[in-house]
Design a binder for this molecule. Sequence first.
Ligand code: PLP
Length: 387
Amino acid sequence: MPFSNRLDWAARPNRLTELLEARRAQGARLLDLTESNPTRAGLDYDKQAILAPLAGESSLLYRPHPAGLESARRAIAAYYAARGHEVDPGQIILTAGTSEAYGFLFKLLADPGDEVLVPRPSYPLFDYLARLEGVAVRQYRLVYDHGWWLDLESVRAALGERTRAIVAVSPNNPTGHFLKADEQQALVTLCAERGLALITDEVFFDYPLGSPRGRAPSAVTVGGALSFTLNGLSKAAGLPQMKLGWIVVSGPRELLEAAMARLELIADTYLTVGTPAQEAAGAWLEWAERFQRRLRTRLEGNLAHLNSALSGTPAGVLECEGGWYAILQLPRTRSDEEWALELLRGDGVLAQPGYFYDLDQEACLVVSLLVEPEVLREGICLLLARL
Ligand SMILES: Cc1ncc(COP(=O)(O)O)c(C=O)c1O
């Protein structure tokens, strides 16, 4: 058959997915502790604030700019200004979501067969995003010891002849680890020494939980190495359906300018971002401040519930500094997959086994903190009854 080998097309669904599909087909009740789609989590969206900006007459006009409309890039610069960072709209490229931003960056930085370093544990999409560009991923480690830490030695060990970039996710999905100022500085130094690019995914940056100590400033402040900071409305405004993300390029001037010119050529080839979303970006980013406050209350409430419900039981919650997820450590009497299957089969409670994220800790389950509080409470109650 005339198909590429970029992905393992024949991969079978895992046992949890099969069981889930069977239960759905039977119409069985499900307590879904994995819901991470904000538009389906019972959150309050202000219809007027979201829909009205789409109705402007300017959306009837097509006048594409490779980097994206100036008005949208100015709104993104204002988002950073409100956080104390100076970003020029000329440093920004719009994309149809952060996943596409990774695609653009891998095309910009790597030839087929080159490598990028990504954290372990992490978000499972990296492998697909890289393979689709013909790029290989190598993993460096985040280690857990009273909180998550970047293992700098493992970053050095993963570097090879063909490494082009180091990816950091801050805060990380699902560990909630915020890059610390010294960890960020070490990565910048390494990238500058080896002529690599630093890619920092900050999609969950506006969702710290508690007061994380020593966290690094946004990577838009990085000047010592070529740096790409990713973010978007998907998480920052809870609007994944609008498909609007961005890349902020920073670093030494000559590199920054060369990167922008090349990125504009890549973006111009596709011109993926719809005009209505670009026209509405400014209004949505203003509204996002209110959305974020409400969502942080939900995330913090759910995390507090997990901590209090699991305290004094054989299970626990790994320390989490930010983002939309929490990791539950269950007794090691079963594997993570066995726990997840048993919970789904016995109680209709869905949680993700840690191996989905390459978690090295045994018997961990990942739950979303976005879940409606009543659903989380009932699901955790059933889980505790099983311990
Ligand atoms: C760490 C991280 N980066 C990027 C994305 C994708 O975001 P987008 O919807 O902007 O493509 C996700 C989605 O869950 C994510 O967890």
